[in-house]
Design a protein. Structure first.
Length: 382
C-alpha cells in the first residue's frame, strides 16, 4: 500500500516511480514533488509523514520550511517591480535606499544584491539568529556595513541576509515589508500557498524538519576574517530554532519561506511560462531575460562551490548541480535538498520540498533521482 498521493500524467510515470521508491524505502520521511508544463501541473505528488514519529501523514496542504528556495520568491518580487518600472537592477541600491551608501557601498547596484556579488554577504559580529527576526532593524544594520570584497568581482552567497537586503529596497519603493508585498502581489493573486512570514493559524500544517547528519566541525579552524566564516557563522543557522514560532513568523526572505512543491511550482512557473498565469501577464519577456545576464562564474567565496549566477537565480553549473539541465534554465536549491528548476525552452518548472534534510548545501541523491526522471522525459521531446 503506497502512501503516495496526487496526480501524475502517464508521460511522467517514471517520475512517480522514482518518488514512490524514495518514499516507500523510507529515504524520504515526507515530501512533495510538482512539475508544471505551460504553467499547469502534470505531476503533483506528496507522500510520507510530516513528523519523525510517523503519526501525521504528509497531506496535500502540508507546508515545510523551504530554506533558500525562498530566495527565488524574493527574486520574483524584485522582477515584478522591474516590470512595473519601479526598480532598475542596474541602478545603485542607494538610489532607492540612501542609507545603504555608507561605508563604501555607494556604487553597489541592485543586480549585485540579487546575484550575491555585493560584498555584503552577512552581518558584522556580534549578531544572534534572533536579531534578524526584526527585519527592519537587521536591514538597517546591513546599510551601515562596509563590503567584505570588491562588489561585482565574485559571488559570496548571501545565505541569511538575501531577503533583508532586497527587503530594504522593497520597503522603500512600496512602503510594504517584503513578506507583505510578496503575499499581496504574487502569492495571493496566484492562489499559491507559500509564505514569507507564516501565520500562527498555519503552524499545524508545517512538517517537522529532520536536520541533516553533519560531521563534527571545529569552527576555530576557519580564519575568523574569511568571507566563509563571517557569512556562515554570523549568525549560525540553528535547525531546532527553525521550528519555533518566532522563526516561522519572521519575514526571512533568505531562508524562512514555508510552502510545498505545488506552491513553489505555481509561483516559479511565471518564469517558465513567459510571465503569464491564470490569464494575467505578470512579467514581460524583457524582464525575464534579465535573469540570464551573467553576473558571476567561479568558486563562491562563502560556500566554496563553483557557481554561476544570473540576476536572481543560479544558472546551470554541471560540477555543482549535475542534474540541473543545460540550456535556458535557471534554478536554485534550499539547504537539505529542496530544489526548483525553470526550463524556459520547454516551459517546464520542477519543484521539490521535503522534511528529512540531506547533508549537502545543494541538492541530494533524492532530488537528483527526481530531476533525472523529469528531465529525461522533457529532453526527449522533439
Amino acid at each position: 500500500m503506497s502512501n503516495v498521493a496526487g496526480i501524475c500524467t502517464d508521460e511522467f510515470a517514471a517520475v512517480r516511480a522514482a518518488f514512490t521508491e524514495q518514499v516507500e524505502s523510507g529515504a524520504e520521511l515526507g515530501a512533495s514533488l510538482c512539475v508544471t508544463v505551460d504553467g499547469e501541473p502534470v505531476v503533483d505528488l506528496w507522500g510520507g509523514y510530516a513528523d519523525p514519529g510517523q503519526t501525521k501523514p504528509w497531506t496535500a496542504d502540508t507546508l515545510v520550511n523551504t530554506f533558500s528556495i525562498t530566495k527565488t520568491m524574493v527574486a520574483l518580487s524584485a522582477l515584478l517591480l522591474v516590470d512595473r518600472g519601479e526598480l532598475d537592477v542596474h541602478q545603485k541600491v542607494a538610489h532607492y535606499w540612501p542609507e545603504f551608501a555608507a561605508n563604501g557601498k555607494a556604487d553597489i547596484e541592485v543586480r549585485h544584491l540579487l546575484s550575491h556579488t555585493s560584498g555584503v554577504s552577512s552581518w558584522e559580529a556580534p549578531i544572534a539568529l534572533a536579531d534578524i527576526y526584526d527585519t527592519e532593524a537587521a536591514e538597517n544594520r546591513l546599510a551601515t556595513q562596509a563590503p567584505w570584497w570588491e562588489p561585482g568581482t565574485a559571488s559570496g552567497y548571501h545565505a541569511m541576509n538575501y531577503g533583508h537586503l532586497m527587503g530594504g529596497i522593497v520597503r522603500r519603493i512600496t512602503g510594504r515589508s517584503l513578506g507583505r508585498f510578496f503575499a499581496e502581489e504574487l502569492a495571493g493573486p496566484l492562489d499559491a500557498d507559500f509564505h514569507i512570514g507564516t501565520a500562527a493559524a498555519d503552524f499545524e500544517r508545517i512538517a517537522d524538519l529532520v536536520p541533516p547528519e553533519l560531521p563534527e566541525f571545529d569552527q576555530s579552524l576557519l580564519p575568523q576574517d574569511s568571507v566563509m566564516f563571517k557569512t556562515l557563522f554570523q549568525p549560525l543557522l540553528d535547525f531546532p530554532e527553525c521550528g519555533t514560532p518566532a522563526w516561522r513568523q519572521a519575514e526571512l526572505g533568505g531562508m524562512g519561506g514555508h510552502g510545498n512543491a505545488r506552491s513553489i511550482a505555481r509561483l516559479q512557473s511565471l518564469i517558465s511560462n513567459g510571465g503569464e498565469l491564470g490569464g494575467r501577464k505578470f512579467l514581460s519577456d524583457k524582464t525575464i531575460e534579465l535573469i540570464f545576464e551573467p553576473q558571476s562564474d567561479g568558486v563562491d567565496l562563502a560556500i566554496m562551490l563553483p557557481l554561476r549566477f544570473g540576476i536572481g537565480y543560479g544558472l546551470p553549473q554541471p560540477q555543482t548541480a549535475p542534474h540541473v539541465p543545460d540550456g535556458k534554465v535557471c534554478w536554485w536549491a534550499g539547504i537539505g535538498g529542496a530544489m526548483v528548476v525553470n526550463d524556459l525552452e520547454h516551459r517546464v518548472t520542477f519543484a521539490y520540498a521535503m522534511n528529512r534534510m540531506a547533508a549537502g548545501l545543494i541538492g541530494s541523491d533524492r532530488a537528483d533521482a527526481y530531476l533525472r526522471a523529469t528531465f529525461d522525459v522533457v529532453r526527449g521531446w522533439a
